[in-house]
Design a protein around this ligand. Sequence first.
Ligand SMILES: [Ca+2]
Ligand SMILES: [Ca+2]
Ligand SMILES: [Ca+2]
Length: 331
Amino acid sequence: MASPISPPRGNEANKSYQSAFRTGLNRADGSIGAAAGLHFYGGVTHDFNPDPNVVDDMQAFTLAPGQGITLSFQWDQPYGSVPGSASSASDLDIYVLNGTGTQVVGESASNNIGPGTDPVEVLGFTNSGSTTQNYQLMIADYQGVTPGLIKYINYGTPAFTEYNTNSSTDFGHANAAGAAGVAAAPYFGTPAFGVSPPQVESYSSLGGTPILFDTAGTRLGSSVTRQSPRFTAPDGGNTTFFFSDDSDPDSFPNFYGTSAAAPTAAAVAALMLQLAPSMSPATVYSTLQNTAQDMGDRRLRFPHRLGADPRRRRDRLGARHHRDRRRRLPG
Ligand SMILES: [Ca+2]
Ligand SMILES: [Ca+2]
Ligand SMILES: [Ca+2]
């Protein structure tokens, strides 16, 4: 099918930090101690505190035993791994420090400058101890062109206790110009189950990730923010074999997540193409958008805003049993 309909790259809601890079402190190589096998390479750190009179280059977070963060950290340089593209011209690193900021306990500090390099560091860190611990995140500009925009998406526990920007998590293929990212609404939060207007899943990825470069790695004159996700489809439907049954009256397993919503939308597109095989992808998309029922939840409007909705909160509490028992695929 020529019109790829995709989940909006996972189920990360608004677990993203996005900011202009602000000069924090110039920290020397080795100036912070490190656990065995790790090293602090130094650089100019990012000032998380937007107050121009206060510098804070540590973002605090807390993890219970067994909890972890997985950060995909990126900045505004081209992706050298794209064929024909320029490469990253700056090298940033990302560190987890202990709660007092005196020792590196986790890091992703690869070289990001050179042919074929990408402006990305992926940091995974888990509290492997037996007690809840406080930590500090630090981002350092090690060398090269000073970044303008920095962003991470957290695929782990939403653990940060300060400077959350609650930014977009819809990126990659679902945010591509020719694709259609699909948000998810639980089937029991739709008019067919007595909920109108329909409600979006709390975890459905937030749109609004800007596009900064063309495919040659040339910076665009102005950034492009696409309407993505384009539309919403139900998730949590019955399958004959996949995942586990929720508390619906039958015993068929239910499949939750945007990966479940995307094929629902794709199935509607397939029926449209069966009826009108020459319909263009653009017409499929616009027809789906223009004939869809409006989502009542403000969170799905563009730009998304994960605001408080008292009615929704009650719904979620009432449906907790559904949520606790279900699983989602990442992606
Ligand atoms: Ca701090
Ligand atoms: Ca690096
Ligand atoms: Ca079922």
